[in-house]
Design a protein. Structure first.
Lengths: 566, 305
């Protein structure tokens, strides 16, 4: 069964809602056997964020890592956390008791005998029974006491919880309170089946992208709170991560945003299929010291800019004519749209030639009223695929981009132009000009192609940026060959970002844009064989660009159509 | 409850209340205008905003209420007209609003061309409170006609007709939701003619009062459930997860009304809040909020004492 993006978002929303905080970085999300977000467990998880310091809890949880009792400790940790959180929350949420009862009854019906063969298994079974008001049914008095101590009341804080659970684990197992995982009794290399896993370790789970636990399926999303778990190798990765970011900024130019804003944008954009990848916004400004391959590429970019500019100005007359024609067409469409229509009305400006109608025909519609049909303003974002597939047409794409931007400027339509490509896990968004920067059209000549294209992430990044744009009609015109391709794997799916997964991703994003009242129109530069994919993603909102020389003209058609739709 | 009683209960300063009473006494009303005084169906809770708005009105100012959805802009505007006992004109502005739809235009009656008065003109003559709803939806050029009405001149110059001075008791109350879809920037010339109040989001305590006022027999524990539920929907909207469609205060109040008639709590909330999200995804998220808080099978009558 596949975990859909919808259920992932739903699970995250349940947690955020219960936590009362939408900035919580969700570490775990829980799902039921049908790959649906589990309302009870996600509410408990979210509530635990509101009541406990999760950084400390995770540090404590980390002390179980690779210890001899890891599976047992982890299982008992969740039982204790569930119980104490429920106790804290039950009066605030009258519905929670019903959800817990339904959940426990369901779990008891499904309880597998193999799980009940382990000690933690029957403790869990006992906990489910006590949760619905029955006797735990545990035959051993020691186990009854253990369960009783695990069911921590709702009046503890984080320290109290850790202290209570540590001493219980120490009393009944070999756990050493206050000692890190390295100081605990370590396990051998033979894997110990973990209680919360319904299947033995190593057996693939039934829901792709999530592990099966007895409580349901869990998807570990990482999240910033996982820093408490950082291992030496992860720290090393982080160092290289910083190095990689420096390389990207040396190669493509300084980031537009400071580190904090970049991190925030990263969290907003790199979600779902793009989790684990990075997004980088630049205007192509040089970093102070650039050496090695990046320096070589910077030189190449500058050379290409000169070539692009030279190519445009060598065809100055033709290009100016194209700007003028496009300006005329867009202006005309805008004027037609905004032209007030005169209608006969019972009030308004008197039309003497019609007065007789009132006197002899009893028709009082002898006044003229001007009805303005315009409805709001329009903004256009142009998104250019700058991956290596466009390498032979850099000068053409940049010239056409310039023509469109200039024509829209002439009509006072705010326009923003972007190029994007992906490299080493980064998708780089190159901003050539912003809405109000009519003097920066020449920056479009910086268009330079390299790397792969993670189209979905580029669109997602644009959508995030457009949320601040309050225009009534927001349009994205996207020049793409609809061949998404990035070697960075899709989160949890062990496959590259290409083919069906990437097409599905683009479809979902275009649909989401529509829900946000952003219209994404495609200027398709690929092969006819890919048209079914294009139709799937964009419906009828695309045009096939047979020759890039008429790209500007086709964009003109699209904008005209959009203005008529206004 | 009489609105002045309510103001006393809300600890509004005695001085302001006595000024309101003097205002009422001083500006008498014609019999036929009394029916235009709104009957308060909802009350605005919020001492500070009440005091600021009432003071501005007493001082002869027009006020602009700026705030997000469900902050009570229109409720306050209506309550002010009730408190000051003035007839109210609701003037909804939209993109094609023009001068003639506000002031008036020619029409034909009994064989002659006459002026058909618009709501602003009527309000100005009768000394009413004109509520310019969603003022930033209209184009600034269309509203330029109001400049002389709203500033110290307090006149309406009708081309081809008279120059009309505003009745002394006339006030205009603009409402707007800045940055909302379809709205535009308000120009400085217009904004400078108003005293601006930023309407805060209704607090849990005030929402609780509002619900209690409307349904006195609702059990206190469920008043707090509904205020928390409303707060959770608001947070989800602010978090950008859903639109503000389900953030509907009127809807919530109506839901409780249906619960009182015996409808299941979740069913009522579905009709009044959840189904207002027409997008399946949003609807599921709001339903999750409700289910995480209230038992699915809770009968409506159980929540009333």
């Amino acid at each position: 069964m596949i975990l859909t993006e919808f259920e992932k978002k739903r699970a995250a929303n349940m947690i955020w809602n219960a936590a009362g905080n939408y900035n919580v970085s969700v570490g775990f999300r829980m799902y039921d056997d049908d790959a649906k977000a589990d309302l009870y467990w996600n509410t408990i998880l979210g509530s635990s964020y509101a009541h406990f310091d999760w950084k400390k809890l995770k540090e404590f949880y980390n002390t179980f890592h690779e210890t001899v009792g890891q599976g047992t400790y982890e299982a008992l940790f969740w039982i204790a956390l569930e119980n104490t959180t429920f106790e804290k929350e039950k009066d605030k949420r009258p519905g929670l008791l019903l959800l817990r009862t339904e959940y426990c009854k369901k779990k008891l019906r499904e309880f597998m005998p193999s799980i009940a063969e382990s000690r933690e298994g029957w403790i869990l079974e006992g906990h489910y029974k006590t949760s619905i008001g029955e006797d735990s049914g545990l035959p051993d008095l020691v186990d009854r006491k253990l369960l009783d101590e695990l069911e921590i009341s709702g009046d503890v804080d984080t320290e109290g919880f850790i202290k209570s659970l540590s001493s219980t684990l120490a009393k009944y197992f070999t756990y050493l309170p206050g000692v890190g995982s390295k100081g605990q009794k370590r396990k051998f290399k033979i894997p110990i089946p973990r209680l919360f896993f319904g299947k033995k370790a190593g057996v693939s789970s039934e829901i792709s992208g999530a592990k099966k636990l007895v409580v349901g399926y869990v998807e570990n999303q990482g999240g910033s709170d996982t820093s408490a778990f950082e291992t030496d190798s992860e720290k090393f990765n982080r160092v290289t991560e910083e190095g990689l970011r420096k390389y990207i900024s040396s190669y493509f130019g300084k980031s537009i945003y400071d580190d904090k804003t970049s991190e925030k944008i990263q969290r907003e954009c790199c979600t779902g299929n793009h989790l684990g990848t990075r997004i980088f916004f630049t205007r192509g400004e040089d970093e102070e010291k650039v050496t090695g391959f990046a320096a070589k590429m910077r030189k190449e970019m500058k050379k290409q800019r000169e070539k692009n500019e030279a190519a445009f100005f060598s065809n100055m007359k033709i290009n100016n004519a194209a700007i003028s024609e496009l300006t005329h067409r867009i202006k005309n469409a805008l004027l037609t749209q905004l032209e007030p229509t005169a209608v006969c009305s019972k009030t308004g400006k008197l039309k003497p030639s019609l007065v007789w109608k009132a006197l002899y025909l009893n028709n009082n519609k002898i006044f003229e009223k001007q009805v303005v049909e315009g409805s709001g303003n329009i903004s256009v974002d142009i998104l250019l695929d700058a991956s290596a597939s466009q390498i032979h047409r850099m000068d053409t794409v940049s010239a056409q981009g310039y023509i469109i931007a200039k024509a829209l400027d002439n009509c006072h339509v705010p326009v923003r132009v972007w190029g994007y490509s992906s490299m080493n896990g980064y998708t780089v968004m190159n901003l050539y000009r912003n809405y109000s920067e009519s003097s920066k059209n020449k920056e479009i000549f910086r268009f330079f192609t390299t790397g792969a294209n993670r189209d979905g992430l580029a669109l997602n990044a644009i959508l995030c940026q457009m949320r601040e744009n309050t225009a009534t009609h927001r349009v994205v015109i996207w020049l793409t060959d609809v061949k998404p391709n990035d070697i960075m794997e899709v989160s949890q799916k062990s496959t590259n970002y290409s083919g069906d997964i990437a097409i599905e991703d683009m479809t979902e994003l275009v649909h989401r844009a529509k829900l946000e009242n952003i219209y994404v129109l495609c200027a398709f530069t690929g092969d006819d064989a890919d048209i079914p994919n294009v139709q799937k993603i964009f419906g009828r909102s695309f045009v096939k660009v047979k020759s890039l020389d008429n790209f500007a003209s086709l964009v003109g058609n699209m904008i005209q159509a959009e203005i008529r739709r206004m | 409850m009489e609105i002045l009683e309510f103001l006393k209960q809300e600890n509004i300063s005695d001085k302001i209340i006595s000024e309101i009473i003097s205002f009422r006494k001083f500006y008498k009303l014609e019999k036929e205008e009394e029916q235009r005084i709104p009957k308060e169906s909802y009350l605005y809770y919020g001492k500070e905003i009440w005091e600021e708005a009432a003071t501005a009105i007493i001082a002869g100012e027009n006020i602009l209420l700026d705030g997000a959805k469900a902050t009570g802009k229109n409720v306050l505007a209506e309550n002010l007209a009730t408190a000051f006992a003035r007839p109210e004109w609701d003037i909804s502005l939209y993109i094609n609003t023009d001068a003639s739809s506000l002031i008036g235009s020619d029409t034909f009656e009994n064989g002659e061309v006459k002026l058909r008065k618009g709501p602003v003109l009527n309000c100005a003559i009768k000394g009413g409170f004109g509520v310019l709803d969603e003022i930033n939806m209209a184009k600034n050029e269309s509203l330029a006609v109001l400049h002389a009405v709203l500033d110290f001149r307090r006149v309406i110059d009708l081309p081809g007709y008279d120059r009309i001075n505003l009745h002394e008791a006339t006030r205009f109350i603009g409402t707007m939701n800045y940055g909302y879809a379809g709205t535009r920037e308000m120009n400085e010339a217009l904004a400078s003619r108003f005293m601006v109040l930023h309407m805060p989001v209704i607090t849990g305590e005030n929402l609780g009062k509002l619900i209690k006022d409307k349904y006195p027999t609702l059990k206190p524990e469920y008043i707090s459930q509904f205020t928390s539920l409303f707060d959770e929907i608001r947070k989800k909207g602010e978090g950008g997860e859903i639109s503000t469609r389900s953030l509907d205060l009127r809807g919530l109040i109506s839901c409780i009304g249906m619960m009182k008639k015996g409808l299941n709590v979740t069913k009522a909330l579905e009709m009044g809040l959840i189904n207002k999200c027409f997008d399946e995804y949003e609807r599921q998220l709001v339903l999750d909020i409700v289910n995480a808080r209230l038992p699915k099978s809770l009968p409506g009558e159980n929540i009333f004492s």
